[in-house]
Design a protein around this ligand. Sequence first.
Ligand SMILES: Nc1nc2c(ncn2[C@@H]2O[C@H](COP(=O)(O)OP(=O)(O)OP(=O)(O)O)[C@@H](O)[C@H]2O)c(=O)[nH]1
Ligand SMILES: [Mg+2]
Length: 200
Amino acid sequence: MMNQQKKDAIHFHTARFETSFGSAEQFFASDLPEVVLAGRSNVGKSSLINKLCNQKSLARVSATPGKTETINVYRLNQLRLVDLPGYGYAKRAKTRLEDWGDLMDKYFTTGRDIRLVLLLWDIRHDPSELDMVMHDFLEQTGLPFMIILTKADKLTKSELLQVDSRFSRFSGQPRHIVSANGMGIEELREIIRKAVMKEE
Ligand SMILES: Nc1nc2c(ncn2[C@@H]2O[C@H](COP(=O)(O)OP(=O)(O)OP(=O)(O)O)[C@@H](O)[C@H]2O)c(=O)[nH]1
Ligand SMILES: [Mg+2]
């Protein structure tokens, strides 16, 4: 029988910062569905969380790359949004990079209730080598994931028309275009709702 919580819709505005962790020992129990945002530093993960949840400063946004160094968790009424630390930040020390890889490995491979991974790529550029490493890693995990192309406001209309052919050669995963000006946001909420409700 469906309980009350499962019948309720997901309300994005209910998002609250819950916790952050910098090592696997700090992981909380995976007792709610999780939707994860991954992508290089500065690609717009924190901005997207704010936009989805219609809150200006839920997640910290910065013009300085490497801002989010911990896994930051936002709790909504029916799920958790998980903001992963960005990769590809050149100034990060090597030991920190190894810690980062270790943290990612443990996060993705310890049986958490991950319903969808959003891999964010900047719509203006071809994916970097690290973007492709992350992509291939996610494919290997077998988790459902999709490519989110960010900062669409930076492209002209005619450039936007070429996006599909530009990106199709890098990934066969579904793609979705967003911008902090609101483009694609309601549709992404719907994608998340479907992913979370599916297995309940
Ligand atoms: N024009 C434009 N700028 C954006 C958009 N999304 C994010 N930005 C800008 O990009 C920069 C980085 O955004 P963040 O959301 O902090 O990026 P992040 O992926 O969380 O970065 P880290 O925390 O370092 O991993 C900020 O200056 C944002 O204002 C967008 O859709 N359009
Ligand atoms: Mg961030």
